[in-house]
Design a binder for this molecule. Structure first.
Ligand SMILES: Cc1ncc(COP(=O)(O)O)c(C=O)c1O
Length: 400
């Protein structure tokens, strides 16, 4: 009898974490590796948020809380959803978890039965399909293309829906492409969903605040109020507030679903870190002044990376609306050979050769379900980005 469960055999470890770990290992061994694989901002958590955490410790706010969040944080989340998204939720409709990851996972665990299908547009955040598999469901991957800047069309969504569909996972701006759906593009998708009342919407709004060039963020329950009763609006403080390590994410939706998610959390991890919850109250209620200058910096970096990668023969790199990723296509480089003799047969060989021969770490597209591409995270210094893109240029120019 195998010791490890059958469920786990269907799941793979996160390739983004693996690539980041490999780059760190090479760096520790003395190699001058530039990492463009990590999905987190390179700047520090704002001081007012850190101060709130220190104050929470000093005030003895260090004990267990309600399993899915303190009332003050749930209130702050309701106020945020009302203020920024025009969505009315009560604290009983809010669940707080250890990162966006836990709330998404809880929702899938709480709802999926054997054979239930979950539509995931590709390229996707690496964890969606594996979370669905862990929860006993079936991921149904709906591929997008470079032609639509990696955005799912209404026809593609319609074609993916079956009587077994339970969830449609929507992520805008997206990890890994940075693509953000306009209100019109999202409305086309919500119109399809209106015709299929058995399909629920899981909207992962994690990159909401990282939106550029006047792009107006919108979320499904806001665009189509008729979907409110079957939408889980998910978000968190990790990315916009540079709080990846604090582990606070949240979701808002119907009470029945939120209660089911609470049940899971109460029997697995209990409450997310109490101190982090108080820090998140400050993140949501406190000043938002640092968001605009941060975004200016991200736009500059995005434009830098897009222009340097677009200058490479064989690479096509769309300009995304948000997040801190670009997802260039390398279709024209397939079949070429590196100076060390590696034939590039797919995006994984490309990424491995780039690391081995040019000391740049990126994540290969197959990890995100759409190839041949690679993901660059530009949440690093301008200097490192220029050096990394120069190395990619030199590497590609040497391919034969
Ligand atoms: C699209 C998306 N959703 C959710 C998460 C999870 O965020 P957290 O660190 O809060 O768990 C990430 C993190 O990379 C992400 O990219």
């Amino acid at each position: 009898m195998p010791f490890i469960s059958d469920t786990l055999s269907r799941v793979k470890p996160s390739p983004t974490i693996a690539m980041t770990a490999k780059a760190a290992e090479l760096k520790a061994a003395g190699r001058d590796v530039i990492g463009l694989s990590a999905g987190e901002p390179d700047f520090d958590t704002p001081q007012n948020i850190k101060d709130a955490a220190v104050a929470a410790i000093a005030a003895g706010k260090t004990k267990y809380t309600a399993p899915d969040g303190i009332p003050e944080l749930k209130q702050a989340i309701c106020a945020k959803l009302s203020r920024e998204n025009g969505l009315d939720y009560t604290p009983a409709q809010v669940s707080v978890g250890a990162g966006g990851k836990q709330t998404l996972y809880n929702a899938l665990m709480a709802t999926l039965n054997d054979g239930d299908e979950v539509i995931i547009p590709a390229p996707y955040w690496v964890s969606y399909p594996d979370m669905v598999l862990l929860a006993g469901g079936t991921p149904v991957v709906a591929e997008t293309s470079l032609q639509t800047n990696f955005k799912l069309t209404a026809d593609q969504l319609e074609a993916a829906i079956t009587p077994k569909t339970k969830w449609f996972i929507f992520n805008s701006p997206s990890n890994p492409t940075g693509a953000g759906y306009s209100r019109e593009e999202l409305k086309e998708l919500t119109d399809v969903l209106l015709r299929h009342p058995h399909v629920w919407v899981m909207s992962d709004d994690m990159y909401e605040h990282l939106a550029y060039d006047g792009f107006e963020f919108s979320t499904p329950a806001q665009i189509e109020p008729a979907l409110y009763e079957r939408t889980l609006t998910c978000n968190g403080v990790s990315k916009a507030y540079a709080m990846t390590g604090w582990r606070i994410g949240y979701a808002a939706g119907p009470v029945e679903l939120i209660s089911a998610m609470r049940k899971i959390q109460s029997q697995s991890t209990s409450n997310p870190c109490t101190i982090s919850q108080w820090a998140a109250v400050e993140a949501l209620n406190g000043t938002q002044d640092f968001l605009a200058p941060n975004n200016e910096m991200f736009v500059r970096r995005r434009d830098l990376v897009v222009s340097m990668l677009s200058a490479i023969d064989g690479i096509t790199c769309p300009t995304p609306e948000g997040a801190f990723y670009v997802y260039p296509s390398i279709a024209a480089l397939m079949g070429k050979t590196t100076p060390k003799g590696t034939v590039i047969v797919d995006d994984q060989t490309f990424a491995n050769a780039l690391l081995d021969e040019a000391d740049v770490a990126v994540v290969f597209g197959a990890a995100f379900g759409l190839s041949p591409n690679f993901r660059v995270s530009y949440a690093t210094s301008d200097k490192a980005l220029v050096e990394a893109c120069t190395r990619i240029q030199t590497f590609c120019a040497a391919l034969t």
